[in-house]
Write a new protein. Structure first.
Length: 403
């Protein structure tokens, strides 16, 4: 501990200070040595060790004796007590929306359920002994000094709980506090948190709860928790499912796609293309101007099936004439920059059309032709064609004059 900064609370057993403890803030509870015996101190340590839960205040270290007082280092909650949240709205920093209220109620019920599962009775549940963390709305049950182990018997701790949150059997029949009286106190706290009014203890009963929490999802669960007959009263394990379900009914969650759709329109969109803001919409549609656009169904195109009686007309095949063969002269492509081999292959391909016979894929063919002028044989041609793998690789045209 480095130094003390402020006093957080003061009671009949001592004071609680906000101090530094092992480089972190802690709620240091200091109890004079003469006010608590070793046995009660050991019992309180055992309660803290058994009740390790996010909704129960934690013991940060060993209890030591210093300057005639027992020093108990506890977890420091950066928040406010539930008394401030419910009844001092001007000072509270927590907005009691349905989601925040559900988080608080589920948290303190989960904490009490954990205590009861360890056979621990708190005995002093009230809004002042429940802290609410500001950033997370986590509810934390504090002040376990009067808590007792129910399995150890009725005298394991002093019965000094407050009367404002005492069950009817404790006030009227002076019975010892047990888990059922804790449930009754928690039910009254939930009712006051939902209604934000302080309820008169003798009048708290199922009928009063139904009148106070008519539209609240917690009404049925709280009615079972404040049942006057402890034998018929529900346990925390019996109502925790209803409490969780009621808390979920007031929380609206959105998926990533829904959050994307809920984003406001971008500022780059022109005002003429943007939908009007929801806050400017009128509840009645009578004053709205009709939309200039109107949706109409486009006509379906008519598809006519072909007439099976109509014969298909085919174009007549083209027949080559002798004049076409003569006019198809052998001529170079006309580009001087082409490769010589390419030009030769082009000539071979054109010349092959005038060949009178089919060429073998690979071989050599020699052809001769004579021309007659005025009844005499004048000039004759001899052509040699060489093919290889279906291609013309050689084409020689040698002209001989018979005169």
């Amino acid at each position: 501990m480095a130094y003390s900064t402020s006093t957080l609370a003061q009671g009949c057993f001592g004071k609680v200070y906000k101090e530094k403890y092992n480089d972190t803030w802690a709620a240091i509870k200091k109890v004079p040595q003469q006010l608590i015996g070793r046995k009660d101190l050991e019992r309180e340590c055992e309660v803290y060790n058994k009740s390790n839960h996010p909704n129960i205040v934690k013991l940060l270290g060993n209890i030591t004796l210093k300057d005639g007082a027992w020093v108990i280092p506890l977890e420091f909650i950066f928040g406010e007590d539930l008394e401030t949240t419910i009844f001092k709205a001007a000072k509270s920093k927590i907005q009691l929306t349905p989601a925040n209220r559900g988080t608080i109620i589920v948290g303190m019920c989960e904490g009490l359920l954990h205590l009861h599962s360890k056979d621990i009775v708190h005995q002093d549940l009230k809004p002042e002994n429940i802290m609410v963390e500001h950033n997370t709305n986590r509810a934390v049950i504090i002040d376990l000094g009067l808590a007792k182990f129910f399995k150890y018997g009725l005298n394991s701790a002093m019965d000094m709980g407050n009367e404002a949150y005492s069950a009817p059997e404790v006030l009227q029949r002076h019975k010892q506090r047990d888990q059922r009286s804790d449930v009754w106190a928690m039910g009254k706290i939930i009712a006051e948190l939902c209604a934000r009014v302080r309820l008169y203890t003798p009048s708290v009963c199922p009928a009063k709860i139904k009148e106070t929490l008519r539209d609240q999802p917690y009404c049925n669960a709280v009615c079972r928790m404040v049942e006057p007959n402890p034998a018929l009263r529900a346990s925390m394990a019996g109502v925790i499912s209803d409490i969780r379900r009621a808390a979920g009914a007031g929380i609206v969650t959105h998926t990533a796609a829904q959050k994307e759709l809920l984003k406001p329109p971008s500022s780059q969109i022109g005002a003429t293309n943007r939908c009007p803001s929801p806050d400017k919409w009128t509840p009645s549609t009578n004053n709205r101007s009709p939309s200039p656009l109107r949706w109409e169904r486009s006509p379906r195109p008519e598809i006519k099936p072909p007439n099976p009686h109509t014969a298909m007309q085919l174009s007549p095949p083209y027949k080559r004439t002798e004049d076409d063969n003569k006019n198809q002269a052998l001529a170079p492509i006309g580009r001087a920059d082409l490769n010589n081999d390419f030009m030769k292959m082009a000539l071979y391909k054109e010349a092959a059309k005038d060949l009178p016979c089919n060429l073998p894929p690979t071989g050599r063919v020699v052809m001769r032709r004579f021309e007659e002028k005025n009844g005499e044989v004048g000039t004759w041609y001899q052509k040699e064609v060489v093919t290889r793998d279906g291609k013309i690789v050689k084409y020689d045209d040698i002209k001989f004059d018979s005169k």
